[in-house]
Design a protein around this ligand. Structure first.
Ligand code: NCD
Ligand code: ZN
Length: 351
């Protein structure tokens, strides 16, 4: 049926997981998120992480000043939790909407996480406060330990950290970010969607770990959590195909300069802002589930965050859309996901 659909009108989507970085990179990447999304959760893992209200206000201003196209884009800021975060700072920031949520990075789990949390029990008073005020906790869900296989870290995290956390703080609103496994899908579905939800990226829906090694090692497909086996990819694709409210759009667009991707220690992260929305459309079409596109892209997220659903709409049409090869940043470049490839859906207007 859906292969006959040529035009889809939906409420303007929001992206609930975005890395914009700072300075030169920020200036180059921000317009892609603004073009497709009305609001975006801005992740705080800068080289100097966003750990308090003052830093957040300054970063938000910088983001808005970097947007040179006239999009009515709203950055939704988050606080990077450390062992030193003060409940009062979160309470004040949340009440003034300086922070919409706080991000929990396990120590050394990903880009700029060396000041992340070593033991979740170190932040008990912070979590108590967040539960009381209804502030969402956004989690990078991987158990970090050299003895745990990288492919098992997400499933292990549910068992050893997330499930005990849910039991201790049943009313704490939690988003398990960028889920990648069938274990996560099953666990999330079992829980009340007012208190536990998950974002899913376009690359984890479109790819599995074979793709990372197809024809040679592909550093541009290296991200964290790492791509998993195809059975997990399948579980994610099924999870979004029936409109389940637990799951919503979070692209995890994560730009890195070419010199840092192609390096003896290459950075994790996929810059997908130019193609993320149209990639999701492709997956929903393949799953014969276009009727659920709007709930995933534009409704389930705001419902979880208790925010209004956007009034404006966008129209997506069946028309080829070529992704640029790269974006110049000074003397370097950023190579986007699906670089040089053509997707068969586009935005109707330039916006
Ligand atoms: C992200 C980044 O580079 O900031 N990288 C990634 O591979 N997803 C951080 C993150 O979300 O883990
Ligand atoms: Zn991320």
């Amino acid at each position: 049926m859906s292969k006959f659909i040529k035009k889809i009108k939906i409420k303007k989507p929001d992206d609930w997981h975005v890395h914009l970085r700072d300075d030169d990179i920020l200036k180059k990447v921000i317009k892609y998120t603004g073009k497709f999304y009305k609001r975006a959760i801005i992740m705080p893992n800068l080289d100097d992480p966003i750990t308090n209200c003052l830093k957040s206000i300054a970063y938000r201003d910088k983001i808005l000043k970097s947007m040179h196209v006239n999009y009515k884009f709203q950055p939704l800021m988050t606080c990077y939790l450390t062992n030193f975060t003060k409940p009062k700072e979160l309470e004040f920031g949340f009440s003034k909407k300086i922070f919409i949520a706080a991000k929990y990075y396990p120590n050394f789990c990903t880009t700029n996480s060396k000041t992340g949390i070593k033991k979740i029990s170190n932040i008990t008073s912070v979590l108590e406060c967040m539960e009381n005020i209804g502030m969402p906790l956004l989690i990078h869900g991987e158990e970090i330990n050299q003895n745990i296989d990288i492919y098992d870290r997400e499933a292990k995290f549910i068992e050893t950290t997330l499930d005990p956390l849910r039991k201790k703080f049943p009313k704490l609103k939690i988003v398990l970010e960028h889920i990648t496994t069938k274990e996560s899908v099953e666990y999330i579905k079992k829980n009340d969607f007012n208190y536990l939800a998950a974002t899913i990226t376009p690359h984890h829906l479109m790819l599995n770990r074979n793709d990372m090694f197809s024809g040679g090692i592909q550093p541009y497909l290296y991200c964290l959590p790492i791509l998993k086996k195809n059975i997990h990819q399948k579980a994610l694709r099924e999870a979004i195909s029936n409109g389940d409210k637990h799951f919503f759009l979070g692209s995890d667009t994560a730009p890195h300069l070419h010199k840092n991707k192609i390096n003896v220690l290459g950075c994790a992260g996929i810059f997908n802002a130019p193609s993320s929305l149209l990639s999701y459309v492709k997956v929903f079409e393949e799953m014969n589930a276009l009727k659920h596109l709007q709930s995933f892209c534009s409704e389930n997220g705001p419902k979880f965050y208790n925010m209004p659903i956007n009034k404006e709409t966008i129209t997506i049409v069946k028309k080829p859309y070529k992704i640029m090869k790269n974006i110049k940043v000074g003397r370097d470049t950023i190579v986007p996901f699906l670089s040089g490839e053509t997707l068969n859906w586009s935005l109707e207007n330039k916006y």
